[in-house]
Design a protein. Structure first.
Lengths: 494, 102
């Protein structure tokens, strides 16, 4: 064991986004006790937004000072920074779109904002984790706050049930993940991802491969659950349907991106040397996830549930990138999650707008006539839906394009063909939403629509703009993510 | 008297894992499901301490401390969620949670 050195100032700087979020979150919990009026509570929300913005700047500062921190527990590199900024961005817009929702439900409290910040702390840790211990802590910090957020409206039965299902299945999956981690530690003698890579790729030590394969499979179960991949996807529809709309947006984009970040880092770097063992498993999982997500979505009438299945299907496409097991695949995954985060937060913000009090209007038929009542909102919704389908000129198109190109580069012909067929199926259920928006007369939901609240308006416009920018100028982002992926995989050597 | 080897610990841990998993999958009462999850976490802890001893390191034991702290936080949140649900529904049976179905 190397001797214990106290952390250097540079190491704290690399941890700056998390520090800012933790301090702001703790402060919010205290301030919550001394604020009483809704206007004061709203100010707490603005404070939380400012904290997230500060953490994003902190992330940039950390990236300018990249390297490892705290005895190789964290690695701050382009990859980690990308995911930090992504989850913080998702958190920012979900918070912005939650103000109106909380006001409508009479539930404006500082706790909500603090919980979002704490969940973001966990996700930021996941983005930079370089040790299985940090993976576990990040996952739990993110999840425990998310469980509470999913059931935030305590008096609402759907919220209760959503939180309970998320909690039970989530902690069950985490327990399996931990069991796998314990075995990895037992066999390899370390929980550090770099060490795992070195031991597995070294020839000087005999590693019992069936045992390490079993341990890797157990961690795979845990990660597959967190990203809602089949056959561990059954929680996602119930949770997204039952949780408050801004929380569903948050859960479907933020924790998922962070979980994918760590999933790819652990499997492509740590378990990279034994990829022959896990790639076939991921292949089957990717195919199953795409099929279950897309075909189950066909029968849905509740928009939130439909988007949950769509989110499962998107997880399947991203797993195709993991199956490719290449630098191109990793870059494709990063691009995919960025565009997915933008369009999903956007589409949930539109749902939030239409849903009204107690989420009375969340069926596809409730969107009838939105094109007549609010042409601008309907047009932006169209952008998100077309992007979810993967139509050119939107971010969703290039996301799918890069993923399937990475798959072809790795000679995954069948997976690519089946994936493309799947996205054709997906067009049907997405277009059902657009058909309701433009081809039906306004119903009760759209006739009683309140004017678009500024926070929601900003969220919808900004995410739509981002979706279009990624669709028209993908090269700016793809350059950055390719470099980041090359750094992650390159530092390991051949 | 036979000596206790690391293998014995691993077997106990595996047995706990199986009991915990069966408990989660078969029991209806959510409180019992929660207890079963805790059993799995304890299986993990036994494993980690045994391996830590085997490797002559303290890393595994440090890991256990984190697992225990997090498990407590998780159980607290879980029971809180369960109480909120019990107040609204008057039941703690898992198969009666059927509001969210298609």
């Amino acid at each position: 064991m190397n001797e214990i050195n106290p952390p250097q100032a540079a190491e704290y700087l690399r941890f700056l986004p998390e520090i800012i979020l933790i301090v702001a979150g703790a402060l919010l919990m205290v301030l919550e006790g001394v604020t009483t009026t809704p206007a004061q509570k709203r100010r707490l929300g603005y404070f939380a937004l400012a904290a997230i913005a500060a953490a994003m700047l902190g992330g940039v500062a950390a990236n300018n000072n990249s390297g490892q921190a705290f005895h190789r527990m964290l690695t701050v590199d382009g990859y980690g920074t990308f995911f930090r900024e992504l989850v913080l961005g998702v958190g920012f817009f979900c918070l912005l779109s939650s103000f109106e929702y909380l006001r409508r439900e009479g539930a404006e409290t500082g706790e909500f904002y603090a919980l979002v910040l704490f969940s973001l702390v966990g996700q930021c840790i996941l983005a930079t984790a370089n040790d299985l211990l940090m993976v576990f802590i990040g996952l739990e910090v993110s999840s425990i706050a998310s469980y509470i957020l999913a059931g935030f409206l305590r008096g609402d039965r759907r919220n209760n049930e959503s939180a309970l299902k998320y909690f039970l299945l989530g902690s069950f999956a985490t327990a399996f993940l931990l069991y796998g981690m314990a075995w990895i530690y037992g066999i390899l003698g370390s929980t550090n991802i770099d060490d795992i890579h070195n031991v597995l790729s070294g020839t000087d030590r005999i590693v019992p491969l069936p045992l390490i394969g079993m341990a890797a499979a157990l961690t795979f179960v845990g990660f597959a659950f967190k990203v809602s991949a089949a056959p561990f996807q059954s929680w996602a529809p119930d949770v997204y349907q039952g949780a408050p709309a801004p929380v569903s947006a948050f859960l479907s984009a933020g924790p998922k991106a962070a979980a994918f970040a760590v999933f790819f880092r652990v499997f492509m770097t740590g378990f990279g040397p034994i990829n022959g063992r896990w790639v076939p498993l991921v292949w089957a999982c990717a195919l199953l996830t795409m099929i279950i997500g897309n075909f189950a979505a066909l029968a849905q009438t509740n928009v939130k549930r439909l988007l949950a299945y769509s989110s499962i299907a998107h997880a399947g496409y991203i797993l195709v990138a993991l199956t490719a097991d290449s630098q191109v695949g990793m870059a494709a995954m990063m691009f995919y999650l960025a565009s997915y985060g933008l369009m999903n937060v956007g589409v949930f913000a539109v749902i939030n707008h239409v849903a009204n009090r107690h989420e009375k209007f969340v069926h596809i038929s409730d969107f009838a006539g939105l094109g007549k009542r609010e042409p601008a909102t309907a047009a932006l919704l169209t952008v998100f839906v077309l992007s979810l389908i993967g139509v050119p000129l939107t971010g969703g198109f290039f996301a799918k394009f890069y993923v399937f190109r990475a798959a072809l580069d790795s000679h995954l012909i069948w997976l690519t063909v089946l994936g493309l067929l799947n996205s054709a199926v997906a067009a049907y259920y997405y277009l059902k939403i657009l058909a309701a928006v433009y081809m039906q007369e306004p119903g009760e939901a759209t006739s009683t629509l309140q004017p678009l609240e500024p926070g929601l308006r900003l969220t919808i416009w900004a995410t739509a703009l981002g979706t279009l920018l990624l669709g028209i100028f993908p090269s700016a982002l793809i350059g950055f993510v390719s470099n980041s992926a090359a750094t992650v995989l390159g530092k390991l050597g051949p | 008297m036979t000596t206790v080897s690391p293998l014995h610990y691993l077997i106990v841990s595996a047995v706990l894992l199986v009991i915990g998993t069966l408990g989660v999958l078969l029991r209806r009462n959510i409180v019992v499901i929660l207890m079963s999850i805790e059993l799995i976490l304890n299986a993990v802890n036994i494993n980690l301490v045994a391996f830590s001893h085997l490797h002559r390191q303290v890393n595994g034991q440090a890991f256990v401390l984190f697992v225990m702290a997090v498990a407590v936080a998780e159980a607290a949140v879980g029971l809180g969620i369960l109480i909120a649900l019990f107040r609204n529904r008057g039941t703690v049976l898992a198969d009666e949670m059927d509001l969210l179905k298609w």
